[in-house]
Design a protein around this ligand. Structure first.
Ligand SMILES: NC(=O)c1ccc[n+]([C@@H]2O[C@H](COP(=O)([O-])OP(=O)(O)OC[C@H]3O[C@@H](n4cnc5c(N)ncnc54)[C@H](O)[C@@H]3O)[C@@H](O)[C@H]2O)c1
Length: 265
């Protein structure tokens, strides 16, 4: 069984911890950590079979040789804060806040430790085919995300621009830019733009549409290459127990962890 630590005990972190607790993942959960310690404590006490320690610093996790895999399900800032210490200590890192991997301060880590940084497919699909197409070069990747206007109100970009989306009756493009710009503008919602950029090696054009006709987030991308054109569209439903989470994103993290824990056991 592989030793796992979890950073971020919110919606996705809770789903991952529960999957380990219920034996879906062949691992032992050694640590949980959260900037809000009470969340880590609440999660730890909710588990039946696992008895993780509440970590109070990343060094505690980095210095414990039993920890082989660290799952980040926190924020882009958490990746910036902790990734280097964990990777330098030889840990494998599963990154949910993929947008951080496009940030200039994290890019060098990606080059140095690429084989130990794992990115789940998240709220999207088709990344395997995208990686295959990248072997012959990808001409273009375009991502369009449709989100209900009410769900965009808390996004940094919408607040900074002072956009009032309350009266929107028709689909309205609120943002257009590259993946690098998208993950800064929408750090919670557009991690998938980073996943596409990393899988394709191409420049990704991103649009965010405030769309009163959609209730669930819809992500759609088209990738063109001389080996074929890939069209992928995903409508994300909320997790039944954690409505804040994309069900698929949480499942993709569990599935990635399952495979990491199966191949080495
Ligand atoms: N890759 C994808 O497709 C995808 C899909 C959905 C969510 N995400 C990302 O996954 C991450 C987790 O999502 P969630 O829905 O579980 O969020 P959440 O807000 O429910 O939980 C995040 C938890 O992490 C903690 N946290 C934040 N920054 C921290 C830090 N620097 N150090 C320690 N703890 C910290 C918070 O206190 C919170 O408890 C987010 O960054 C989100 O954008 C990625």
């Amino acid at each position: 069984m592989r030793g796992v630590a979890l950073i971020g005990c919110g919606a996705i972190g809770s789903v991952i911890a529960k999957a380990i607790d219920e034996g879906q993942v062949n691992a032992v959960l050694l640590y949980v950590m959260d900037a809000d310690k009470s969340r880590a404590e609440r999660l730890a006490t909710s588990l039946r079979n696992q008895k993780p320690t509440i970590a109070t610093s990343v060094e505690e996790i980095a210095n414990d040789p039993r920890v082989e895999i660290v799952v980040e399900a926190a924020s882009q800032e958490a990746v910036i804060q902790y990734a280097e210490a964990l990777l330098a200590a030889g840990k494998e890192l599963v990154v949910m806040s993929v947008g951080a991997l496009l940030r200039p301060e994290v890019r060098p880590l990606l080059a140095k430790y690429k084989s130990r940084i794992h990115v789940p497919s998240g709220a999207l699909g088709g990344l395997d085919a995208l990686k295959a197409l990248s072997l012959v070069g990808i001409e273009s990747v375009e991502l369009v995300t449709h989100k209900h206007p009410s769900k965009l109100a808390d996004e940094p970009y919408v607040r900074q621009k002072g956009l009032n989306l309350e009266g929107v009756r028709e689909p309205l493009v609120v943002f257009e830019g590259t993946a690098e710009e998208a993950v800064r503008a929408f750090p919670r919602t557009l991690n998938i733009a980073a996943s596409l950029a990393l899988a394709s090696g191409a420049t990704v054009k991103v649009k965010m549409v405030a769309d009163p006709a959609v209730h669930n987030n819809v992500h759609e991308f088209v990738a063109r290459s001389r080996a074929g054109t890939l069209y992928v569209k995903v409508e994300n439903l909320p997790h039944p127990e954690n409505p804040k989470t994309s069900y698929l994103a949480a499942l993709s993290a569990v599935e990635l962890l399952r495979s990491l824990c199966t191949t080495r056991c």
